[in-house]
Design a protein around this ligand. Structure first.
Ligand code: NDP
Length: 491
């Protein structure tokens, strides 16, 4: 698979500023590593505030002409981008698997598909957007959307292109220009996006990409006085820094942060039919999806049967080479992250938990994988208190804690006993009961008898320390636009 840098060959992964692929102004680079092998994939521009300044100036310069295009023209752009990305689906899946260690089958099914459908979806939304009017007191109010201007988009490593395109598509649709920063761990598909936009001839300066470390590039984007809005997806502790920097500047701010989601099996949950879904909710992408259910709460009446079946299924997961079509779980994102997850596994043991399957790489090694690969087996803990650190802090890896409860009220209290509030799922034979139960969960989304079932028209976001604001559908369009109400008195 060729990694192109504006036609310049394999290396390095350059910035894309004002329609040009350019090195960082300092000339510095950093390495992006395949976490499944420990091999360097490519050198990447290591940028700083100077590069962010150049990207922002390019975005500001492009803003006037881009915001003057019609919605119909931008809808056409989004469709063209979707078509071009769809033609590169296999390359997207390959690069994403290489950069993150996720199974190629997952990268195809989730990352490549969704990156295309994000553009397609917002193109369709844009086509339907109508300017609302309100009449009262002898006047008509016309609500107009205007772009925010130049926006900063900062994204994490777990779903690199999926999450970047989730922001780029509505930002472009609303007439904004962009300065984007992917995670320094996963720059490959953001680069592919820049190449694609370049090939399509998107006007220069409309989309700018600056690679590098969060504190050097992300921080400079958030601090830049001419960037009017920041859409950030990442960890809660980084989100706090972003919020503290942006708030005094009164920037528009969308924060999609961490989670510690509960998967709740009520006493009537039909175990025989839902176990595969529960395993999927627990360990998709090695548990590195913000929506994964890392705490499984099970009614005491079905607890033993659940533990037996869940442990058997998790133990049977095929962990290994991400490029193998049969692999169900690849590596985690990096050796550093493996160490962090292993520290939590050791903490779980210190806190009195019992490991039912999995464990650290030294206790439960993944067979036939290179020592330099950041592999871990999926790990299930029982007998931990729901208030333990292992059961309340975000691990963001393949570690799940299982707890039993006696009453629905107890399950609700357990589910809500974290600082996070992103997502959750409830499993029951009675959907009315599930619906009523779900209303008690403090989170932005609750699924009943399903998981990661996303309708892109719906609001997405968290409560408590899982974030501020909502993205998705009209909520994204609202974030990426400023509303002006023009009130005209009728003659
Ligand atoms: P981080 O918070 O470490 O990083 C997110 C992004 O922010 C990266 O691009 C990072 O750059 C950048 N960054 C780091 N420091 C700063 C700074 N001071 N100013 C601006 N940007 C900065 O998160 P991870 O990449 O580790 O991603 C995992 C986290 O993301 C988990 O907590 C997960 O729950 C959350 N997440 C939330 C989702 C949601 O929708 N709510 C969806 C997916 C993930 P760099 O990588 O170079 O440090």
């Amino acid at each position: 698979m060729a990694l192109r840098s504006g036609g310049a060959g394999l290396n390095p992964i350059l910035n894309y500023i004002d329609g040009q692929f350019v090195a960082s102004q300092s000339g510095r680079t950093l390495a992006t590593i395949n976490p499944a092998t420990g091999e360097i994939i490519a050198q990447v521009a290591r940028s700083n505030g100077d590069d962010v300044e150049a990207a922002t100036q390019a975005a500001l310069k492009a803003s006037k002409a881009w915001s003057a295009t019609t919605l119909e023209q931008r809808v056409k752009w989004l469709h063209s981008i979707a078509d071009a990305l769809e033609a590169k689906s296999e390359a997207i899946a390959h690069l994403e698997s290489l950069d993150t260690g996720k199974p190629i089958s997952l990268a195809r099914r989730v990352d490549a598909n969704r990156s295309v459908s994000n553009f397609r979806f917002f193109a369709t939304m844009g086509g339907d957007d109508e300017v609302p009017t309100f009449s009262a007191n002898g006047a008509v109010n016309h609500v107009h959307r205007k772009p925010v201007g130049c926006v900063g988009l900062i994204t994490p490593w777990n779903l690199p292109l999926y999450l970047l395109t989730w922001k780029v598509a509505p930002a472009l649709l609303m007439g904004n220009t962009i300065v984007a920063k992917p995670s320094e761990l996963t720059p490959l598909t953001a680069h592919l996006l820049a190449e694609t936009l370049d090939e399509l001839g998107l006007p220069k300066g409309v989309f700018n990409l600056v690679n590098g470390y969060g504190p050097e590039v992300g921080q400079a984007i958030v601090e830049h006085p001419s960037i009017g809005g920041i859409s950030f997806t990442g960890g809660t502790s980084t989100g706090k820094i972003v919020a503290a920097t942006a708030a005094p500047m009164f920037k528009k701010l969308s924060l999609e942060l961490g989670g510690k989601n509960a998967t709740i099996l009520l006493d009537d949950a039909p175990l025989e039919t839902i176990m595969d879904d529960i395993v999927r909710a627990s360990f998709t992408n090695s548990g590195q999806v913000c929506l994964c259910g890392s705490r499984v709460l099970v009614h005491e009446g079905i607890y033993d049967e659940f533990i037996h079946s869940f442990t058997a299924k998790v133990s049977a997961l095929n962990v290994g080479d991400p490029m193998d079509e049969a692999t169900q779980m690849g590596s985690v994102i990096s050796m550093d992250h493996r160490k962090k997850v292993e520290a939590y596994i050791n903490l779980g043991l210190e806190e009195g938990g019992d490991i039912l399957t999995g464990g650290t790489s030294s206790h439960a090694p993944v067979a036939n994988m290179p020592e330099e690969g950041a592999f871990l087996r999926p790990t299930v803990f029982a007998n931990l208190s729901t208030s333990s650190r292992t059961a309340t802090e975000e691990i963001f890896g393949p570690v799940v804690t299982v707890h039993s409860f006696a009453t629905d009220e107890e399950a609700i209290a357990m589910a809500n006993a974290t600082d996070y509030g992103l997502a959750g799922s409830v499993w029951t034979a009675d959907i009315e009961r599930g619906h009523a139960f779900a209303k008690n969960i403090e989170s932005g989304i609750v699924w009943v008898n399903t998981w990661l079932n996303r309708d892109l028209r719906t609001p997405f976001g968290g409560v408590k320390q899982s974030g501020v604001g909502r993205e998705g559908g009209t909520w994204s369009m609202d974030f990426f636009s400023e509303l002006t109400n023009i009130c005209i008195r009728q003659p």
